[in-house]
Ligand binder design. Sequence first.
Ligand SMILES: Nc1ncnc2c1ncn2[C@@H]1O[C@H](COP(=O)(O)OP(=O)(O)OP(=O)(O)O)[C@@H](O)[C@H]1O
Length: 641
Amino acid sequence: MANNLDDSQAELDSVEAELEMVELQISELLEKQTKLNSRKNKLLQNLEGACSSAQSSGSSKPPKPSFSKQDLEHYEESDFSWSKEVQAKLCSVFQLSNFRPLQRAAINLSMSGKDLFLVMPTGRGKSLCYQLPALCSKGFTLVIAPLVSLMEDQLMYLKSVDVPAVTLNASSTKEDSKRVLAGMIDKNSPFKLLYVTPEKIAKSKLLMSKLDKAYNMGLLARIAVDEVHCCSQWGHDFRPDYKLLGILKRQFPKVPLVGLTATATSNVLKDCQKILCVQEPITLTAPFNRPNLYYEVRFKDNEDCTDQIAQLIRERYKNQSGIVYVFSQKDAAAVATDLQKKNILAQPYHANMEPSDKSLVHQRWSSKKIQVVVATVAFGMGIDKADVRFVIHHTISKSIENYYQESGRAGRDDGSADCIVFFGFADIFRISTMVVMENTGQQKLQNMVAYCQNVDRCRRAMMAIHFDEVWNDDECNQMCDVCRHGNDYITMDITKHARDVVTIVEMASSMDEKLTPLKVCDAWLGKGPAKHRKTITVTSLSRLEVESVIIYLLLHGYFSEDFSFTPYTTHFYLKLGRKAALLKNDNHSITMKMKRRVMSHATVKKVSESAGEKSSAKVEGKRPADSDNKKSVAKKVKTLP
Ligand SMILES: Nc1ncnc2c1ncn2[C@@H]1O[C@H](COP(=O)(O)OP(=O)(O)OP(=O)(O)O)[C@@H](O)[C@H]1O
């Protein structure tokens, strides 16, 4: 009997070991699949380019795509019946001399009556693509925008260039509304643009009936849906009322619609197409690469992060405008106060401020009376200051899409600007608990963390994946810290460290104890409660290295999140992830790329070095945390008594 049991146990162990190997192989294959897909996309792009030129030279040809490069070239031309007027108004009204990429094509398509989705990075001039056609068409253009403040900014701007535009929203007076509703069916078109929120379309029968009349009179020239990704559940700013906008195309099928967004992926756009009931829209996607922006990630030391920011502002951005994004309203106030104490003209901005205070900060900043706005993400849509020279993130964003959008407020004038994010360990878990209820919140956050943790891939190329684009690292032009300071990393074998730290969490769990990531760090560094110190192998890594290893293990499935909810707050604990069991296998090893300035040579086993660097390269930028920690690097190995 005992023999039988032993045999079964042995077989079970062997099956489990085999399963672990299979799981490892699957994860390796998945990684390989991602890389191959990226290469495939790039090759397809190259092939598509080659096919288009072959087609134009008359050779034999694959079927023509629905909107080919030649079509695009056609719409880039300036010999349409409206071209002269468009060009004249570009100069005389908008005081611009040239179009930016895709603007002319978008305008020509829209003037030709085509439905269009225009995906263009933030600040590249999407508004012009419906404002200019509005001026060159009979009647008025209906613009759906998500925020009243955004409409007001647009109206202010349009007023400054003498373009008649109006809005209908909850704060419009009765008289205003009456005037606007009458204007909609006035053949003399007293205004060329009418801005409304999606809620207004959903709720105001009067507005819909006037639109119907205007449509029948041929006065509803065009419909523009700004921030069109808000239609889709998969878009990061989903707004339920956007879902009801399908009524517009159903009621007014002959009116061309243009949907504008800075952040939609192709899946989000497909969803928007369905929701808006647009049959066959043409999608124009401007390249997302902003070559004038320099992207950088810095490790965050909570104690002196604001000092570092202040120093940057004083030295590198003297007299230049910028934004510091923070996590919470409390942080906005605290960081702004800290900066003020260091003689920097900074003011906070967050959703909970009085609207008049918000506009005051915005105005002061726009007119350079203050240098820096310390803001939560509430400072976003509708911010149109061209000469923002830096956007510093005091805390990481909750997704790459958000980061792209927020950092993209820099350098709208095409002049060079910096986007720096301070990557802090504790911040990851603050954000993680904040997005816990969001569908894909954790995955998106992990992508952002992977962007920050990355040491060997061009930051642009990493962002591109999220916009269904493939950018070559060599197109970066050293405009990210990785490309500029290339090879500043080492590949490390962290298997033993991983085993040690996973054991800590395992032991805690066997004692029915949950550990937050910070507690795991402390315990591993030998700073936790005495009862833990007796049982664990204290690491010789520095705190920064410890944090990096834990983040790596979390990103790669050796750890996972264990949320615990109370009526007041959500706690983040670490538990073993699906790959933790692999560490029991002696043949399993984990390697990790780590920035030189993070790792200390004495403590980790170096597997291979990146090309071009000598092992004796000095470890730069040591922070107090590192040096403090060296005191405790006594290679203590404590075992059970
Ligand atoms: N052809 C052009 N040449 C120079 N500047 C331009 C051109 N087109 C637009 N701009 C300017 O670019 C700035 C940003 O334009 P706009 O607000 O339309 O951007 P956007 O793409 O709508 O951004 P967001 O996604 O933030 O709404 C404006 O100051 C605008 O005047």
